[in-house]
Design a protein around this ligand. Structure first.
Ligand SMILES: Nc1ncnc2c1ncn2[C@@H]1O[C@H](COP(=O)(O)OP(=O)(O)OP(=O)(O)O)[C@@H](O)[C@H]1O
Length: 255
């Protein structure tokens, strides 16, 4: 099991330090949350980890892999998957088709296309379909498996995005605001699923999240950012009690 090791990470956009000398480690099997007011640098950290942005300075390692030296397309091969704040799915494809596409890391070229367009199931495909069915069961999605993404309500689409990320069989899943836009019942379901993902699949979870009740309930440790820099790092109770965190959130959303 790999540890995510982030050291002295910084990036600037037009002179603004979006991330300013941030260091942390995410331990295997941990649920690690990143919080902070709007513009604190949370999504930018995710975009640096998934190599959408290149840092000005710093190191990022996942186990023995230097993520900054790797081709961005290879990050998934190291066992890292992510979801996006704005859901990114194939709108005109079904849930099942989106999940099969999520298997591409494990398939030979063209197999996903053949799985989508051929009615015959060969032995080679069976393994991928079984893996996808396992995720559909885990996230309780059988009733929507043949629905088109564009016909689904927002909460269901968010779950499909998590399911698709799981189909790549990651060991680390990065979740960008998984609870945003969900009602309280959907957020409760999400909390159960995240626990199952960690406990049953053994996946390490790192999430950016505004919903502090979810963070307090789920996270083993929390990194609080403000203006790109670290304010506090510790258990949810330690971070919540930190005076710097409280003053950054004055008038904000920390409840
Ligand atoms: N591509 C970019 N170009 C210019 N500035 C950027 C870019 N990406 C982020 N920023 C700036 O970096 C800072 C941090 O933004 P970021 O989106 O990481 O914050 P955040 O904590 O995720 O906020 P929110 O909670 O609103 O999503 C902001 O000042 C933002 O305007």
């Amino acid at each position: 099991m790999n540890q995510l090791h982030v050291e002295n990470l910084s990036v600037e956009f037009g002179g603004v330090k979006a991330v300013d000398d941030v260091s942390f480690m995410v331990e295997p099997g941990e649920i690690f949350a990143v919080i902070g007011p709007n513009g604190a640098g949370k999504s930018t950290i995710f975009n640096l980890l998934s190599r959408i942005y290149r840092p000005s300075t710093g190191k990022v390692a996942y186990g023995a892999h230097d993520l900054l030296a790797a081709d961005p397309h290879r990050i998934v091969d190291f066992g890292i998957a992510r979801t996006f704040q704005n859901i990114e799915l194939f709108e005109n494809a079904t849930v099942l088709q989106n999940l099969l596409i999520g298997r591409h890391r494990h398939t030979r070229p063209n197999l996903v296309r053949e799985m989508l367009f051929s009615r015959k199931m060969r032995a080679e495909e069976r393994e991928h379909r079984l893996a996808v069915e396992g995720i559909i069961d885990l996230l309780d999605m059988s009733h929507i498996r043949d629905e088109r993404i564009s016909d689904l309500p927002y909460g269901a689409r968010k779950n499909v995005e998590i399911a698709r990320a799981l189909c790549s069989e990651p060991s680390l899943l990065l979740l960008d605001e998984p609870a945003s836009g969900l009602n309280s019942e959907e957020t409760d379901d999400l909390a159960f699923w995240l626990e199952d993902i960690r406990d049953d699949l053994g996946i390490t979870l790192m999430m950016v999240e505004h919903d502090m009740s979810l963070v307090n309930r789920m996270a083993d440790r929390v990194l609080a950012l403000n203006n790109g820099a670290t304010l506090a790092l510790g258990t949810p109770a330690e971070v919540q009690a930190d005076p710097k965190v409280q003053s950054a959130y004055l008038g904000g959303t920390y409840d």
